[in-house]
Design a protein around this ligand. Structure first.
Ligand code: ZN
Ligand code: ZN
Length: 218
């Protein structure tokens, strides 16, 4: 999207890469929580102002002064990069960098969506679309004790959905998504919509259980 000029706020030239994992090489003055050798991940959010109402409320992604990694500041497709200590997260030894990197954007996006939707153990989560975000949605919901259905327009995704632990696979072009969801013990507690187009969202909407929540991420 940066290459295609889809972000009017991008700075060019720019080093891409907004899902970053690596090792701290050196720290600047005043950094006391990190030291060289620490394994860290950098979020897609490179920095924010830290003092506006949104930042203080924890909605930093709505800060008027946000700055995105690999879009406005050079990103991770390089051997060394600069990052602000406050935006780095420590990574456990057990998580390798290849697996950790996508957590820093796609993973957080989905986790935050589930959290804001009030996810609880036992919730039925319907995931629309099985791309990068959808994968995380299914994995996280399952790992946190939820039940998962995957909605896709591609029959080939069925095996993948089952591998991720989905108990239902709904083929959006072969059946009514809303009916299929309602027949899932009264509907989905949470629908996690990963495509941002209106059609699949509208088709699934009435498949929500009473007081269910639809989250649109992307
Ligand atoms: Zn701010
Ligand atoms: Zn991303």
């Amino acid at each position: 999207m940066v290459q295609q000029g889809a972000f009017p706020f991008a700075s060019y030239p720019i080093v891409l890469g907004h899902e970053v994992a690596g090792v701290v090489e050196e720290t600047g003055k005043g950094v006391d929580k990190l030291k060289p050798g620490d394994r860290v991940g950098l979020s897609a959010l490179f920095s924010t102002c830290g003092s506006c109402r949104q930042c203080i409320a924890g909605d930093e992604n709505l800060c008027q002064q946000w700055c995105w990694t690999g879009v406005m500041k050079d990103g991770g497709y390089q051997e060394f990069m600069l990052a602000r200590a406050a935006y780095l997260a420590p990574l456990p030894e057990s998580l390798d960098f290849v697996e950790a990197a996508p957590v820093m954007c796609a993973g957080m996006t989905v986790f935050s969506g589930l959290r804001h939707a009030g996810f609880q153990t036992g919730h039925k989560v319907a995931v629309i679309g099985l791309g990068g975000l959808g994968h995380f949605g299914a994995l996280y919901a399952k790992a946190m004790g939820g039940r998962v259905a995957v909605i896709s327009t591609s029959a080939e995704k069925k095996a993948e959905a089952q591998e991720l632990g989905a108990e239902r696979f709904i083929h959006a072009q072969k059946e009514s998504v809303a009916d299929a969801l309602r027949s899932w013990e009264g509907g989905a507690d949470i629908i996690l919509a990963t495509p941002t187009s209106l059609e699949p969202i509208t088709a699934a909407f009435s498949g929500l259980a009473p007081d269910g929540t639809m989250v649109v991420v992307g």
